[in-house]
Design a protein around this ligand. Structure first.
Ligand SMILES: *[C@@H]1O[C@H](CO)[C@@H](O)[C@H](O)[C@H]1NC(C)=O
Ligand SMILES: *[C@@H]1O[C@H](CO)[C@@H](O)[C@H](O)[C@H]1NC(C)=O
Ligand SMILES: *[C@@H]1O[C@H](CO)[C@@H](O)[C@H](O)[C@H]1NC(C)=O
Ligand SMILES: *[C@@H]1O[C@H](CO)[C@@H](O)[C@H](O)[C@H]1NC(C)=O
Ligand SMILES: *[C@@H]1O[C@H](CO)[C@@H](O)[C@H](O)[C@H]1NC(C)=O
Ligand SMILES: *[C@@H]1O[C@H](CO)[C@@H](O)[C@H](O)[C@H]1NC(C)=O
Ligand SMILES: *[C@@H]1O[C@H](CO)[C@@H](O)[C@H](O)[C@H]1NC(C)=O
Ligand SMILES: *[C@@H]1O[C@H](CO)[C@@H](O)[C@H](O)[C@H]1NC(C)=O
Ligand SMILES: *[C@@H]1O[C@H](CO)[C@@H](O)[C@H](O)[C@H]1NC(C)=O
Ligand SMILES: *[C@@H]1O[C@H](CO)[C@@H](O)[C@H](O)[C@H]1NC(C)=O
Ligand SMILES: *[C@@H]1O[C@H](CO)[C@@H](O)[C@H](O)[C@H]1NC(C)=O
Ligand SMILES: *[C@@H]1O[C@H](CO)[C@@H](O)[C@H](O)[C@H]1NC(C)=O
Length: 538
């Protein structure tokens, strides 16, 4: 359905990558890459690179029927073209449990920002029927997860939520991926939506009751819609800790899936909280050891839920339905830098290697960790931000030549705190190697570029017999602190250049190939603070 991205090499001039500083050798012996994937290789779902949109920002990102957002459309299409499947848009987040449906409201969304509660999103919100028009503006092939309000618990608000399901199902139609009922209910006490004694059993009974009502409304408003399942439980945390008051495993023990209406298990993750002290690019984000540690906590939840068996077997996929670098919308100087894009590549591909099967990175207007700013505001310029380039690189790693081919992602043991290695096998044939260099490299501070030219690390691999050629595509910028001048495969996706479509940059190396010797040896040079995918013909 989608063209193979390798055809790009045809019209790109090859030029060697410029060496600025020392060439360092990564390890004494070549990394042996196996011809077939190991038994425990991760098998991601299609649409692995997906997004989560803050509900109050969804009209900004998608636009509406009279004003569709063509910039978002182009950016989402780029991902779909690379990956071979369009992203799934989950619409939800904190404002999902604030938005009250009002069938008589003409405007899609009316929101009031109260800066003393949150400067980042409105905390009084009503949505009208035309809110759902935003589900009709996006590229063909997009699927959606709409998040219903569980936080508001008056009978009037509940009735309004159920009524909204009729508008939602008519607008989304067959493009529905899942419904969602409630965002981060383990924070409902902290948010003031429920008392401290709100228990797993209370949540499960409310959730079962509400999802039953939603299903009944959908059945009568959209009788032809089949298989409408929910994504759940969408908890912020991996365990109860006093602040987060519900345990994700306990809610399954309390039989959250009693009605067999959970299609996908969703958890949320942030590497830290943006306002916490001690958060750094190198220590928190560009740190493969920290990536493994954060993923381990999610994998523990996934395993413990799977171990309960019951009607969740055979294994309902476990995904991150909302995540990004640093909670509370990110921190400037960290979440909006090229370093955060490199973290995003390492983190997401690691998740895929461990069967965390889909990734919805969270987006919101003016958010510091956003992949793009969808509209011009007085806080943030409309534009493509560094994390988007990381999304492209992950999509390229997940590319499948056809919908029926099987992609397997493996994390290589040779990885260390500052460099990670992955392979992609397609239908059990070695297809790609990904190298992510996580050494921070400052361009603006400490006179780095003059006093400490950017080092280049040479990695040597031993490939299986029969691998003939290798093409290199790079995720590149001047350094980990860069917020502009980012490229994926020598293309810029800047808003100013072509409204988010890829534009070749002639000052960046492209069309590189690497030589494979007759024993399968191949050397790939990767500068600090960059990533490279080597596509192989094996
Ligand atoms: C991932 O899932 C596949 C298919 O179920 C399985 O064979 C493999 O062992 C799993 N790997 C991990 C790391 O969970
Ligand atoms: C559609 O979007 C435009 C531009 O943001 C806005 O002016 C208009 O009110 C929106 N229409 C509805 C029905 O919300
Ligand atoms: C926020 O400020 C408004 C007045 O601007 C006030 O009425 C309200 O109580 C404040 N809320 C909090 C949580 O401080
Ligand atoms: C309903 O929500 C309010 C806050 O909005 C809370 O005070 C109350 O305890 C909740 N009721 C129940 C039964 O959870
Ligand atoms: C929970 O606390 C509320 C008051 O905040 C009380 O009305 C309710 O009875 C308590 N529920 C249980 C099960 O203890
Ligand atoms: C289920 O929902 C209905 C409608 O909102 C409500 O009247 C009823 O009390 C709920 N039952 C439970 C057990 O929560
Ligand atoms: C990287 O993360 C690990 C695990 O969280 C931590 O122990 C280590 O100190 C971090 N490295 C740096 C350079 O901060
Ligand atoms: C794994 O989950 C169990 C049960 O939820 C919990 O008791 C344990 O501490 C967790 N272990 C890790 C390493 O997170
Ligand atoms: C920025 O825009 C918001 C929303 O349109 C408005 O409320 C605010 O006053 C503006 N701030 C400045 C400094 O112009
Ligand atoms: C990069 O510059 C920032 C800001 O001056 C500094 O905090 C950080 O330590 C520098 N990083 C390195 C690796 O020197
Ligand atoms: C950067 O270099 C300039 C000129 O060589 C020098 O004056 C300045 O002190 C240097 N700054 C740092 C942080 O090393
Ligand atoms: C290439 O040119 C663009 C646009 O002029 C600039 O932003 C970027 O930093 C340049 N890249 C390099 C590697 O010099």
């Amino acid at each position: 359905m989608f063209p193979n991205t390798r055809s790009l090499f045809v019209w790109c001039l090859a030029a060697p990558l410029e060496v600025e500083g020392a060439i360092l050798t990564s390890r004494p012996k070549p990394i042996v890459v196996s011809s077939s994937p190991p038994d425990n290789a991760g098998i991601p779902l299609d649409s692995f690179v997906s997004f989560s949109f803050e509900l109050s920002s969804w009209p900004d990102f998608a636009g509406n029927l009279t004003h569709p957002n063509t910039f978002s459309y182009n950016l989402l299409n780029n991902i779909g073209q690379l990956q071979g499947s369009m992203p799934v848009a989950r619409v939800g987040g904190n404002t999902q449990d604030i938005a009250i449906f009002d069938a008589s409201q003409r405007t899609g969304l009316v929101g009031v920002v109260r800066p003393n509660i949150s400067a980042d999103y409105p905390t009084i919100i009503t949505i009208g029927p035309s809110f759902f028009d935003s589900y009709k503006t996006m590229p063909k092939g997009m699927r959606y997860t709409h998040g219903f309000n569980l936080g508001a618990n008056s009978s009037a608000d509940r009735a309004a939520t159920y009524a909204s399901a009729a508008y939602a199902c008519k607008a989304i139609g067959d493009n529905l991926a899942y419904w969602e009922y409630g965002n981060e209910p383990d924070l409902f006490f902290a948010s003031g939506y429920r008392p401290f004694n709100y228990s797993e059993a209370d949540y499960v009974s409310e959730w079962l009751n509400g999802t039953l009502h939603i299903e009944q409304v959908v059945k009568s408003a959209c009788p032809s819609l089949k298989g409408t399942k929910f994504m759940a439980p969408s908890f912020a945390g991996v365990a109860a800790n006093g602040y987060m008051t519900l345990d994700p495993v306990k809610v399954f023990k309390e039989n959250l899936n009693a009605d067999d209406n959970i299609g996908i298990i969703s958890s949320h993750n942030y590497m830290g909280v943006s306002t916490s002290p001690g958060i750094t690019l190198q220590g928190t984000l560009m740190n493969h050891t920290n990536v493994i540690a954060k993923a381990a906590a999610q994998l523990n939840v996934s395993r413990n839920i799977a171990a309960l068996g019951g009607n969740l077997a055979p294994r309902v996929p476990f995904i991150l339905g909302e995540h990004n670098s640093l909670a509370r919308q990110g921190r400037p100087g960290l979440s909006n830098t090229f370093g955060a894009a490199l973290w995003g590549v390492d983190w997401n591909v690691y998740l895929a290697s461990q069967n965390i099967s889909r990734s919805h990175m969270h987006q919101g207007t003016n958010y510091r960790y956003q992949s793009w700013q969808p509209i011009q505001t007085n806080l943030t310029d409309k534009g493509t931000k560094p994390p988007y380039y990381g999304n492209l690189a992950v999509a390229a790693m997940m590319a499948k030549p056809s919908a029926s081919s099987i992609l397997k992602i493996t994390h290589l043991e040779a990885s260390s705190q500052n460099t990670s290695f992955y392979t992609a096998h397609i239908d059990d044939v070695l297809s790609r190697i990904l190298i992510v260099d996580l050494h921070t490299y400052n361009t603006t501070a400490n006179n780095y570029t003059t006093n400490f030219p950017r080092p280049m690390v040479e990695h040597e691999f031993k490939l299986p017999k029969g691998c003939k050629s290798g093409q290199v595509q790079r995720l590149m910028a001047n350094g980990s602190d860069a917020v502009t001048g980012i490229t994926w495969d020598a293309k810029s996706y800047a808003y100013e250049l072509d409204n988010g479509k890829g534009v070749r940059m002639f000052n960046v190396t492209c069309g590189e190939s690497v030589e494979i010797d007759n024993k399968g040896g191949v050397k790939v040079q990767v500068p600090w603070s960059s990533a490279a995918i080597v596509s192989l013909e094996c």
